[in-house]
Design a protein. Structure first.
Lengths: 102, 494, 171
């Protein structure tokens, strides 16, 4: 197997994630798109780890595990915030959540 | 089954003492809040303050002890750079606790959890000052950010507060994703996450490949969100306006400083050999950030938003030394950024603290509510002028020295680009002076709105914070050697 | 080798298609289910890359916990189960152009640098693998080399837990 087949899969997922972040306006869907980005990072890390001997393989896997852990915490926090907004505003539409017009 | 051999890591507990004290304090707060409920609500802020001061003690003993301590194969280093910045974060955290005490105590907030989150976020900052490894930097960055996302939305019933939290969260998480993708590319080329190793492998030949350029670009863009550099600043003003004011002060000072610290170690240790990539990038970021921040700040009529855009602009000044670090050498750039951070800590927290003190009476952040402040609160008026003129960089107040150091770095070995950037810093300081002075003019010369001249009562902890910041701002301005000495110690250890 | 390449082809195709559907579907619940397909395929990719522990964690944490959280989020914000109003903003064109541009750049730099690099063949027994780069070795590394991030992450999770409860609870 080529290294690049995994890397290109990662790149495609990354770009789909970026598209989702930019094009979606539902808070939950934006969060899902960010998960795509984090998954593409993990594919990269594990695939790159394969190329550099045992030490790099371990580093890549450990890095991926930390990314998964942090992603779980992030999603928990994100849904709490979305829930809070929904309770006060009954919407999760990001275009409507714009009181201040930054 | 062939068992993998486990080797017990060597741990230098003295080096970790500040972090251990802080974790002890935050767990204690959680337990006290749980056991004593309402009776001990006041105790949590005291505990938080004591915990932060307690964590300063081992920093002093480490500083007296001297010597660089490097652990885990160079992934975690306690050198002078780390110690100076840890002290900065702890003092910033302590000032935040001081200005929070009455604000949080009087409002309808979860109090124990508030200090718990604040200390968790500070733990991330202590770790990021020592982290010299991509994994530690990532984890420390998330540890300081995730509590901050939540604290930004601590005013649960306030719609602006909710919005502040959501915008900060979504952009922050997206920025982390972009930064991680960049880190993965760097890891792929160098097969290591330790910054010094990355630095060696990127400096050694064959580094000028596009993939490294893209990796560095993504990492720096990820951090540009963190330090609210234009064009990645969209979250900052809204988050600053919607968050509880003490948290706004904290975000604009401590959390921004943490972003700069991570940038310093990444750029100057890991990416040092590729200044051809990051110098132009930082030049553009710096020029855009200070100009756009200042021009928008001119139009603000709300003091909190004005301070928000001013803090965007100040980040632009702090980015300037990065843009010339390739010629002038890393040490001078580190020194000037650290100097700026130290001075900025005192004057910006001070500015937020006086705004909070005035808002206790006026219940408003509008510029017009500051009208005629001199007639009923002359002391606060003088202090307001001190902090706002310090931010503008007028001698003999602290800010001038920070600006001077930036100019000195830019003009040390002048090139066309660095001179242009220095001119931009000068022009922007002039624009800054205009809007900082407009706040002062309002307090000294304008009429009192609604003829309401009841005096302002400033609670003791807020007064203490204002006093500490004012003394520091004046002292730094008159005797700049104080910060100069600390900043001079700061460059990275071996 | 050929079998692995075929497996990769199927996994890659299914994850890319599911990801595209996820960001375009008009139904939030369907999006969460498409996400499961992506996450599952990515987990299988980790197995192809001999990272079985990461694969299992991906299944447990991502599909077992994160997707469930997403579904809770969708349910509690009462998204209708059928089609609903507009889920996209009006920058779809711009977003697509940006994404394609980034894809072009990434594709170019990846092919430029890694070209036809082949993944190394690991001719080792299961035990050897475990001791050098498998689950055992990863476990040892987390508790020695990466002890600091591991300890810090525990504070991070505690803070996220406490903070999320404070914000999300009704009071």
């Amino acid at each position: 197997m080529l290294l690049n087949q995994f890397l290109l899969l990662g790149a495609v997922l990354f770009c789909i994630g970026v598209y989702g972040v930019l094009a979606r306006k539902n808070g939950v869907l934006v969060l899902m798109s960010i998960e795509l980005i984090l998954n593409s990072v993990n594919i990269n890390l594990v695939a790159f780890g394969m190329m550099g001997g045992d030490a790099a393989a371990i580093t890549g896997q450990v890095f991926a595990l930390f990314v998964i852990t942090v992603a779980a915490a992030e999603v928990g926090v994100g849904l709490a915030i979305v829930l809070l907004i929904y309770r006060n505003r009954t919407t999760v539409d990001l275009d409507e959540v714009d009181l201040m017009k930054g | 089954m062939l068992a993998a051999a486990f080797s017990r890591p060597e741990i230098d507990y003295h080096a970790f003492a500040p972090e251990i004290v802080l974790v002890g304090a935050l767990l204690l707060i959680l337990v006290v809040d749980l056991l004593f409920e309402d009776r001990a609500r006041w105790a949590t802020s005291t505990l938080a303050g004591l915990g932060l001061l307690g964590a300063l003690v081992p920093i002093l003993t480490l500083a007296v002890d001297g010597g660089d301590r490097s652990m885990f194969g160079g992934a975690y280093v306690v050198d002078n750079f780390a110690l100076v910045l840890k002290a900065l974060f702890l003092i910033g955290g302590y000032l935040t606790v001081l200005i929070s005490t009455d604000y949080i105590g009087e409002g309808d907030y979860y109090e124990g959890e508030y200090y718990f989150m604040l200390l968790s976020s500070l733990l991330g900052m202590l770790v990021i000052a020592s982290a010299r490894d991509l994994i530690s930097i990532f984890i420390a960055l998330e540890t300081l950010s995730i509590p901050a996302y939540l604290l930004a939305g601590w005013r649960k019933r306030d719609l602006k507060g909710n919005e502040a939290s959501l915008k900060y969260y979504l952009l922050g998480v997206f920025a982390s994703g972009v930064m991680l993708y960049g880190m993965s590319l760097i890891f792929g080329v160098t097969h290591s996450t330790v910054l010094t190793v990355i630095g060696e492998r990127l400096a050694g030949g064959g580094a000028s490949v596009p993939i490294v350029t893209v990796g560095i670009l993504f990492v720096i863009i990820g951090f540009a969100f963190k330090v609210s550099a234009v064009p990645f600043h969209a979250w900052a003003p809204d988050t600053y306006e919607g968050a509880p004011t003490p948290i706004t002060a904290y975000l604009s000072v401590a959390s921004k400083a943490a972003g700069f610290v991570a940038l310093l170690s990444l750029v100057f240790i890991a990416f040092e050999g590729r200044s051809d990539v990051w110098q132009p990038l930082f030049w553009v970021l710096s020029a855009l950030t200070m100009t756009v921040g200042n021009v928008i700040a001119l139009r603000q009529t709300n003091v909190i938003r004005l301070l928000a855009y001013s803090s965007v602009a100040q980040a632009g000044y702090m980015l300037a030394p990065f843009a010339v670090a390739g010629h002038t050498g890393v040490n001078q750039a580190v020194e000037s950024v650290v100097t700026y951070l130290l001075v900025y800590l005192a004057m910006n927290i001070g500015a937020f603290a006086v705004v909070m003190a005035v808002a206790r009476k006026t219940r408003s952040g509008e510029l017009s509510s500051f009208g005629g402040l001199f007639e009923y609160a002359p002391g606060l008026t003088v202090l307001t002028s001190i902090f706002f003129f310090a931010l503008a960089g007028i001698p003999p107040l602290g800010g001038w020295y920070a600006k001077l150091v930036i100019f000195r770095t830019l003009l040390d070995q002048p090139t066309v680009w660095s001179v242009v950037l220095a001119v931009l810093v000068g022009v922007n300081s002039a624009i800054g002076l205009y809007y900082y002075a407009s706040v002062a003019r309002e307090t000294w010369m304008r009429p009192v709105p609604d003829e309401d001249r009841t005096p302002i009562s400033v609670p003791s902890s807020l007064a203490a914070a204002i006093g500490l910041c004012a003394i520091a701002t004046l002292a730094i301005g008159v005797v700049p050697q104080i910060v100069a000495r600390f900043a001079h110690l700061a460059p990275f250890g071996s | 080798m050929i079998a692995q390449n075929i497996a990769f082809g199927i996994l890659a195709a299914s994850s890319v298609l599911a990801a595209i559907r996820m960001v375009t579907t008009k139904n939030v619940v369907h999006a969460a289910l498409y996400l499961v397909v992506v996450l599952g395929s990515v987990a299988a990719n980790y197995i192809l890359l001999a990272a079985e522990f990461v694969a299992v964690v991906q299944l447990l944490v991502y599909i077992g916990a994160i997707v469930v959280l997403f579904l809770f989020g969708v349910m509690l914000t009462r998204a209708k189960l059928g089609h609903e109003g507009e889920l996209d903003n009006d920058q779809r064109g711009l977003a697509a152009v940006t994404a394609l541009l980034i894809l072009g750049i990434l594709g170019y730099v990846l092919v430029d640098y890694f070209g036809d690099d082949k993944l190394p063949q690991l001719n080792r027994t299961h035990e050897q693998l475990n001791a050098t780069r498998g689950t055992g070795a990863v476990g040892n590394a987390i508790f020695s080399t990466y002890l600091i991030p591991f300890e810090v992450v525990s504070v991070l999770l505690l803070a996220a837990l406490v903070g999320a409860i404070v914000l999300a609870r009704r009071d």
